[in-house]
Design a protein around this ligand. Structure first.
Ligand code: NAP
Length: 327
């Protein structure tokens, strides 16, 4: 099969491209920079008509591509409405329009996030999307809009795979990005600062490792997923405290996780004073009541998370001062 990975030069997109390449697929990777560490890089822009492809590349994509993965856009929780919605909301709609003009399309997969559920109350599964929730930031809302468009595109063979925080060493090599997401706590913890978490972080992180995440997306292309929604996380279900502990282990640092019984103003103030990303403070308590049985929607055998991916992430950060790990 011929797979076009939109955003395939990114952290998660590279893992998807790797899983496809290793399975023998032809892999085309689209990004604004046009670079690819796996597969053939194409320069384009998902916000532009025809994905911003050159005439030749557009003709090639139309003639060959049978499978598409939507893995574009950054995970920054700090983006404003303009950039975030342009990428996750408007561009997703425009990409779905592009898919309608792909003659050989068999299956597409949209990479979504558990954060689409925002501040949903009560237990959620793969079925729900809008349950009256509000959102903590524009990223959550942008990903919600993206999944809404995909679910509404009932004429297209496009399914959804949701992830929580995707962790592990960067498949492109180099130092993992700790600027956003759960990873943003790591530099602070490594520097010896306390992190305030409800139940001292003993609640599910819903984390997965990046390589198994890539394999699940490929599984969704070939199963095929059809129009269903899947959710993937490490079946060992590491807690948020486990994640911080394991990433810090190679540094010989035991995280100072402090009980934040009620995540009150004082805890927020302390966290903010210590430079913890304010957005992260919104996730210092159990942020989603997800039914763990959602995993059963993914056909077995499930991919195995890389052994010790959290420790490997910590080792990849070694050699940088904790403060530098934030950059
Ligand atoms: N990482 C996670 O923990 C996580 C969890 C759940 C869901 N996701 C979803 O997975 C997707 C990728 O996340 P990531 O962590 O891999 O982010 P990333 O490392 O920042 O990668 C983003 C990719 O999208 C490309 N891109 C951005 N804007 C584009 C545009 N306008 N046109 C074409 N390509 C564009 C980037 O390349 P250029 O900058 O060169 O264009 C890059 O290849 C996002 O949709 C995110 O919501 C990620």
């Amino acid at each position: 099969m011929s797979v076009l990975v939109l955003g395939g030069s990114g952290y998660l997109g590279t893992a998807v491209a790797t899983a496809c390449r290793d399975a023998g697929d032809e892999v085309l990777v689209l990004s604004r920079r046009g670079t690819a560490s796996v597969g053939e890089g194409l320069r384009g822009d998902v916000r532009a008509p025809g994905l911003g492809l050159s005439r030749d590349d557009l003709a090639r994509v139309k003639a060959r591509v049978t499978h598409v993965v939507l893995a574009f856009g950054s995970v920054s929780w700090r983006g404003g409405p303009g950039e975030t919605l342009e990428t996750h909301d408007a561009a997703t709609r425009s990409v779905l329009g592009f898919l309608r003009g792909l003659p050989a399309l068999e299956q597409a997969v949209h990479v979504s996030s558990l954060l689409v559920m925002g501040r949903a109350e009560g237990r959620v599964s793969n079925r729900e999307l809008y349950v009256g929730q509000t959102f903590r930031n524009w990223y959550e809302y942008g990903k919600y809009c993206a999944e809404r468009h995909v679910r509404d595109a009932t004429d297209l063979p496009v399914g959804v795979v949701r992830f929580g925080p995707v962790l592990g060493p960067d498949p492109r090599g180099g130092v993992p990005d700790t600027r956003t997401g759960l990873q943003a706590a790591i530099p602070h913890v490594l520097a010896g600062y306390p992190v305030h978490l409800v139940r001292r972080g003993e609640f599910p992180s819903w984390a997965s490792d990046v390589m198994s995440a890539g394999e699940v997306v490929r599984r969704a292309l070939t199963a095929p997923i059809g129009r269903a929604t899947w959710t993937w996380f490490d079946p060992a279900m590491p807690s948020t405290a486990d994640v911080l502990t394991e990433v810090c282990r190679p540094w010989g640092v035991v995280p100072r996780i402090v009980e934040a019984r009620l995540f009150d103003r004082l805890s927020r103030l302390v966290g903010a004073r210590l430079g913890l990303a304010p957005e992260l403070l919104d996730y210092a308590e159990p942020w989603l009541d997800l039914d763990p049985a959602v995993l059963d929607d993914i056909p077995r055998p499930w991919p195995r998370p890389e052994p010790d991916y959290l420790g490997a992430m910590g080792r990849a950060l070694l050699g940088r001062a904790p403060a530098e790990a934030a950059r």
